[in-house]
Each structure stands twice: as C-alpha cells, then as structure tokens.
Design a protein around this ligand. Structure first.
Ligand SMILES: Nc1nc2c(c(=O)[nH]1)N[C@H]1C(S)=C(S)[C@@H](COP(=O)(O)OP(=O)(O)OC[C@H]3O[C@@H](n4cnc5c(=O)[nH]c(N)nc54)[C@H](O)[C@@H]3O)O[C@H]1N2
Ligand SMILES: Nc1nc2c(c(=O)[nH]1)N[C@H]1C(S)=C(S)[C@@H](COP(=O)(O)OP(=O)(O)OC[C@H]3O[C@@H](n4cnc5c(=O)[nH]c(N)nc54)[C@H](O)[C@@H]3O)O[C@H]1N2
Ligand code: SF4
Ligand SMILES: [Mo]
Length: 723
C-alpha cells in the first residue's frame, strides 16, 4: 500500500472525494481507464460486514481502485442496515485500517511490562520464539498453564472462533468461560422459555406497547430504533425500564427508573398485580405453561408496597405499569444485555421472560419477548465446520472464567498456575472487572503475555510479544448475528497492510512451527467459510457462498409470520413455559440482594453503574482515535445533586471515585439522569486516558451472576470525594 506521503493526499480526504464522485460499484473487477488514458486501473467492489460485538451486524460494500479503498458504504441491499452505518463505523477505514498508529509488524518487549517499549521483529523470529516458549510451558506444566483470552473484538466465525479455537483445544490449553456478555441473560431466558429467539426485530412494528427493559437501542442497537419509531408513529407506547436516564429513556413515553439490580422484584411485582387483578390469559396459562400455582404463591409477597420498597418506585407506578402492559395488545418486552450485569441479573431475565406467557402476549403478532437471534444461525449453519467441537472437545480440560482473570493470574494455589496468557479480540485491561488485579497479573515477570492487536492497547502495553492483526477489510470471514436475521460473508477488499496477518494465519503459523500436522489446524479461511454454509437447513435455502458474495448480507429464509410461542412450543424439557422448575435452584426466580456489612455500607454507600454511554466507542474499540475522542468529550461522573451537595461537590469539580479495589479520577456532572444513591460513569475509555491510570473497571467487582456465570459488573459500591 502506498503511504499518505507517497500519495500526497490525505487518505480520509481521498475517500470522501472519491466516495462523493460515486466511483462505479460493480461486483466483478472492472478495468478502468484513468484520466491520463495511459494506465489501466482495476476497480473492484466487495461485500463485507461489521465485525463488532453489536446486535445489528451491518452489511457494507468496499470499493477499491488498484487496492486503494475509494469508497466504504453501508449496504442498501440489506434492509436492516438500510444504507446507514452507525457513527462509530462510518469512517472505519481511516479510523482503524489506515490509522497511523496501527501496529503493522510483530513487536517484542524491550522495556518494563506496561511501559510500552518494543522493538520490531520479523514474523519468523516472533513465531519461532513464541512457539518455543509455548512448547516449553506445555512440556513442563502441561497445556492448561496456557490461557487464551478472547472476546467480542472480532465476531467473525473464522477470525474469532475457528482456527484459534482449534489451536488452543489441540494444545490442551485451559478453556476460557467466555461469559462477560450474554451468558446470564441467556441462562435466565432459557430457564423460562428454553430458547432465546422470540419476536424478530422487524416485527416490533406490529407492537402497540413496547417495554425496552434494561436496553438502550438508540445507542447500542441503532438499527432497531427506526422500527420502534415506526411502531410509535402507529400508536405504540414506549416504556423504558432503566436505573439511568439513557438516551433511549429520554425519548420514551414513560421512563420507569428502579434501583439497579432490582428488576426481579419488579417483574414479580407486575405478576402479582396481573394475577391479583385477573389480567392473566388463563387459557394460555392452562395450555402452555407449567407451575402457575407455585408462581401465584411465590408472588404473594411481591405486592406493590413491598416491591416499591425494594425498587424505589412508587406503588402506583408498579400498579399502573402492570395494568397498562397486561391490557395492551400486542405488547412486547425487548431485553438484550444491560440488565444482566447485576448479581441478580439472570433471575431478572428469567422473571421478565414469564410476563408474555402470563398475559398470552405470544398469541399476537408483534407480541411476546424479543431477545437474541443467534439460535437461528446455530440451527442452520454447519457449526462442526467452525471449531470442530466433536473432534476437539475435551471436557476434562479445566475452565477459567474470563471475569475472574485478575484472580486467576494472581492465584498462587492454582495448579498449574497460568504461565502464558494469549490475548486476541479483546482488551481485558480495560474491559474486565477488577482492573487492579488484572494489571497486577499482567505485570508478573514470569507470565508470558502474547497479544494480537491492531493498536497498542492498554493490554498490549504489557505484552512480551505483539502480533499485528489484519482488520476486517483485509481478511475473509463469515458472520452470523445475535440481534438480526441476516448472514454475511466478508470478502477482503485489500491486501493485508504491512506485515499484518489474520488471527487464523497467526495460529496456523504457530501450529506449523510447533510441528503439528493435523489438517484441521491448517484449513484455509475461505474453505471454512464455504463449509460452514454447506447445510440443507431450510433457513439457508437460496443462501450460498456465491449468492452472499454477489449480494452481501442475506436474510435467513424464515417463515413469513414468525410467532414462536403462539401455541406454546417452548424448548424447555416439558415444552411449556416454566414459571416453576424443580430442576433449577431456586425453582422460581427469586430476588436475592447482595448483603453488605454495616462497615461496607457506610464506607461505600453509592451504587456505581459503568455503562456503555459513549456513542462513538464499541466497548474500548475506537477510544484511541483523536477525532472520536474529541466528539465523545471528557468522561464525567453523573451524580445526583443531593448526593453531590452532601459531599460539597459542585458541577465540574474533579472527584475521586473509590472503593476497596481502586480509584478513578474524573469530573463530576450534577445530573437528574441518576436517582439518589446511584452514580454513573462511561465504560470504554482507556485507563491511560485517566489521571491516575485507571478507568471504570478499576472499581468493578468480579462477582459472578446468579446463573450463567456472567459478570455482576454493576454490583459495585463506591464513595466519592472532591480532590
Ligand atoms: N455505542 C455503543 N453501542 C454498543 C456497545 C458500545 O460499547 N457502544 N456495545 C455493544 C455490546 S458489547 C453490547 S453487549 C450491547 C449492549 O446493549 P444493551 O443491552 O442495550 O446494554 P447496555 O448498553 O450495556 O445497557 C443498557 C441499559 O441497561 C441499564 N441497566 C444497568 N443496570 C440495570 C439494571 O439493573 N436494571 C435495568 N433495568 N437496567 C439496567 C443501563 O443503565 C443502560 O442504560 O451494546 C452493543 N452496542
Ligand atoms: N465496566 C464495564 N465493563 C464491561 C462492560 C460494561 O458495560 N461495563 N461490558 C462488557 C461487555 S458487554 C463486553 S462485550 C466486553 C467487551 O470487551 P472486549 O471484547 O475486550 O471488547 P473491546 O474493548 O472492543 O476490545 C476488542 C479488541 O479486539 C481488537 N480486535 C478487533 N478485531 C481484531 C482482530 O481481527 N484480531 C485481533 N487480534 N484483534 C482484534 C480491537 O482492536 C480491540 O482492542 O466488555 C465488558 N466489560
Ligand atoms: S457497530 Fe453495530 S450499528 Fe455500527 S456498523 Fe457495526 S453492526 Fe452496524
Ligand atoms: Mo457485550
């Protein structure tokens, strides 16, 4: 690739100019005469898709002229993307692929861990040294002394799962419980319904009462928002349940603002009112549910007054909410992730998921629960082609929970201890709770840390070796979705920049260097993509490698009117919706608050939310890009004026937020977006961007959720002082 200097034109400027000029978009490579008529250029457009951990999974097209990107555009062909990428991604080629800070050669640490001093080395040297070190650890301690650490940085099935999963399974590495996002939510909904796929995103337009429960689609699920707006224009009422006045809550007809982590009680309270007022659909209950008698008894104690004491809401609010929900048709509850990061998070999902069965909302098109869509892909794609679970699964290999990374790295009793940490598609120094413990672990002299990355993240700074990863514009992939019904392949638009290589190639090279010969370790990306699509499943009818290459994202071939539980058909053991399940402990969703001793309550009285309020970041991704940081502005701690006054804090004051795990310095913003006793700061900023060098997760707990072994990240208590 030519550099900016070679070209004498700023690349962003160039893309903008050529994008506006509307360079021809065709799928095949088209030879094009340039203005001088002396050279022949090749214009090419390929389809790709957003790799981010985002429910929308947008489709895009990339046009290149002679391997130079000239246009990066949202796909019009995928109606869910609808020709619009979000603010985070519109300038992706400049912000990530061609960003001047991008790592383009392997690096080896020369300074102290965390200092960020590295020398450039060749791939040959890097692969040779890392392979040798991994093999020595395996020989001395066994594969379990190696811990892979990856998450949503790249959700492509090839670059996120296939070859990396095969490699680590093959060497017998510790398994990572990848539960930081979705596990608690899914565990809760599965306990009730046995499946998470309920109402499909587009069908929300048919709803007349939409409850956005602990989710912020205007920011986190932006392509769902137009459908919600359409429903609103057709008369739907929009209710948001959120302890924080999010962007979405500000636009809602009604914002219900309970105390954080009390949703289980709120949902049980709604069920109390619905049953007490006779608003249930008895026929639906009799036919398709299990355990209503136990539920009736269980919700006795969740009368509006008791629930009001727990949630901080008025009893009338609970009464009114229950009645309005139960008496509207079709009524829909949209849940996603937000509510799960509480100690009681899974129970909250389990309880909320019961409401549509109690009222029979599932009978009506556009009514029920909307959660995830990934099961549709799980059912239809050839998953065995990805991670080869049948060949490689070894339940004997120990698992380490990703939320407890800090604990695991520092655990002297762990046998074998973790000698090597291999990070890719994740930035745990910023995104994993209990940051101080994570950093303490990363600082250990005897830990080998290998990171594959685009940038020198806060995690990569601690690496012994850094491998330069390609971006999505430079590699093949296939992408399912957890929030939409479209499947995409991602075709590389340009050759890898510098010496960057896809994750898959990194692990193929390591496998080769370590002397492995099993063919599954060396399968090519494109072969994996093709094999994954080889399925006779009806959802994939008309969807092939060729058709995806031609048209970009395609909708799964789903029945026209998707109403999964209109007549029961729950995927539980009984086939019914489980209000009660003797096989699960507790057998009914139960509100069990975390109890703190008197001293802790006095020392750390405020409940801290560290949530995704930044519009321009995706978790910690993009938070290193100057113009994005400028747009996003300084991070603030939102604090209720009465809590601020009690601490002599005025708007704009620098404050220290602290607890037993760490402290973070930032400016206070007096705000009615939080209720008394709750404070909120954004998640995503890098710790190197804060005075004191620690960010939101320095304060958060690594406590696990009630089910699903997710992270109760938001069960965090703090105190605040002016500095
Ligand atoms: N701009 C942007 N978009 C993103 C992301 C991003 O970082 N930035 N991240 C992506 C990822 S990884 C994910 S998982 C999704 C998540 O998308 P969502 O499911 O929408 O989740 P969050 O944005 O984490 O949280 C949504 C809301 O839940 C609220 N909440 C917190 N605790 C509670 C509680 O106890 N009860 C209730 N009722 N609500 C609570 C928060 O205040 C927040 O406003 O967004 C994706 N989209
Ligand atoms: N306090 C608090 N903590 C949270 C949350 C919260 O709401 N509050 N949310 C949690 C949630 S829901 C999630 S999903 C997690 C997300 O946590 P992470 O999965 O760690 O997400 P990111 O911060 O986006 O980091 C992804 C990294 O992968 C890199 N990357 C992207 N593509 C590639 C590739 O192809 N190859 C390689 N090698 N690297 C690549 C990016 O450059 C980036 O640095 O954070 C969790 N942590
Ligand atoms: S981050 Fe989400 S909304 Fe933005 S382009 Fe990617 S998939 Fe679309
Ligand atoms: Mo997430």
């Amino acid at each position: 690739m030519k550099s900016k200097r070679d070209r004498g034109i700023d690349r962003r400027e160039f893309i903008e100019i050529s994008g506006k000029a509307g360079i021809g978009i065709g799928l095949s490579a088209v030879p094009l005469l340039t203005s001088s008529c002396t050279e022949v250029s090749t214009t090419k457009t390929v389809h790709g898709a957003c790799y981010h951990d985002c429910p929308d999974r947008c489709s895009w097209k990339v046009t290149t002229v002679d391997d130079e990107v000239t246009a990066f555009q949202a796909s019009e062909d995928n109606p869910y993307t609808a020709g619009k990428l979000c603010d985070k991604m519109v300038d992706f080629p400049n912000d990530v692929t061609f960003h001047p800070d991008r790592i383009l050669t392997p690096l080896k640490r020369v300074g102290d861990k965390g200092q960020g001093a590295f020398e450039k080395i060749s791939w040959e040297q890097a692969i040779r040294e890392v392979a040798f070190k991994l093999q020595s650890i395996i020989d001395q301690k066994g594969g379990e002394a190696i811990l892979p650490y990856s998450f949503g940085g790249n959700q492509g099935m090839v670059q996120g799962d296939a070859i990396p999963n095969r490699f680590f399974a093959h060497i017998g590495a510790s398994q990572l419980e990848r539960t930081i996002c979705g596990s608690a939510a899914v565990a809760g909904v599965l306990a009730t319904n046995g499946q998470t796929t309920g109402v499909l995103p587009e069908d929300i337009v048919h709803s007349r009462y939409i409850v956005l429960w602990g989710t912020n689609p205007m920011l986190s699920n932006q392509h769902l928002w137009p459908f919600i707006q359409k429903a609103k224009n057709q008369g739907a009422k929009i209710v948001v349940v959120d302890p924080f006045k999010s962007l979405t809550a500000s636009e809602a007809d009604w914002h219900i603002q309970p105390n954080p982590g009390t949703d289980t009680a709120l949902a049980l309270g709604l069920m109390h009112v619905i049953l007490a007022e006779g608003l249930q659909d008895q026929d639906y209950i009799d036919r398709y549910t299990l355990g209503v008698d136990q539920l009736k008894e269980h919700v006795q104690k969740f009368d509006p007054e008791s629930v009001a004491r727990i949630t901080g809401l008025e009893p009338e609010t609970i009464l009114e909410f229950a009645k309005a929900y139960a008496q509207s048709t079709p009524s829909l509850i949209r849940v996603l992730i937000g509510m799960e990061h509480q100690a009681n998070g899974a129970s909250a999902f389990r309880a909320v998921a019961m409401l549509p069965a109690l009222t029979g909302a599932w009978r009506h098109f556009g009514g029920g629960l909307m959660h995830m869509t990934y099961e549709l892909f799980g059912a239809s794609l050839d998953w065995e082609s990805i991670s080869l679970p049948q060949v490689l699964a070894n339940p004997q290999t120990r698992s380490i929970n990703m939320i407890e990374l800090g604990k695991a790295l520092n655990d002297e009793a762990l046998n074998p201890g973790i000698d090597a940490l291999f990070v890719f598609n994740s930035n745990p120094a910023v995104t994993t709770p209990n940051q101080s413990a994570v950093l303490r672990g990363l600082q250990k002299k005897d830990l080998l840390t290998v990171v594959s990355e685009h940038f020198l993240t806060d995690t990569a700074r601690y690496a012994d070796y850094i491998f330069p990863a390609t971006t999505v514009l430079e590699n093949w992939d296939i992408l399912d979705s957890w929030g939409s019904t479209y499947i995409n392949i991602n075709e590389p638009a340009i050759a890898p920049l510098g010496a960057s290589k896809p994750n898959s190639e990194l692990f193929r090279l390591l496998a080769g260097e370590m002397g492995f010969t099993e063919s599954y370790l060396f399968e090519s990306d494109i072969d994996i993509v093709k094999k994954t699509l080889q399925s006779d499943h009806e959802y994939l009818k008309g969807i092939t490698f060729e058709s995806l290459r031609e048209s970009g994202g395609q909708r799964l071939n789903l029945p026209e009117k998707w109403m999964p539980h209109a007549e029961g058909n729950f995927k539980t053991t009984s086939g019914k919706c489980h209000f009660y399940d003797a096989g699960i402990q507790p057998s009914l969703p139960t509100y069990i608050p975390v109890t703190y001793g008197k001293k802790d309550q006095e020392e750390y009285p405020l409940h801290l939310l560290t949530i995704k309020t930044p519009r321009y970041f995706l978790n910690s991704s993009h938070a290193n890009v100057d113009h994005i940081l400028e747009k996003e502005g300084k991070p603030y701690l939102e604090i209720h004026p009465s809590d601020a006054a009690a601490r002599n804090i005025a708007d704009g004051h620098e404050v220290k937020v602290f607890n037993q795990r760490g402290s973070v310095y930032l400016a206070a913003r007096l705000s009615q977006k939080v209720t008394r006793g709750v404070v909120c700061m954004p998640q995503g900023y890098w710790l190197s961007q804060f005075r004191g060098g620690s960010s939101a997760n320095a304060l958060t707990t690594d406590l696990l959720t009630d089910m699903g072994r997710g992270g109760a990240i938001q069960e965090t208590k703090v105190e605040i002082t002016k500095v």
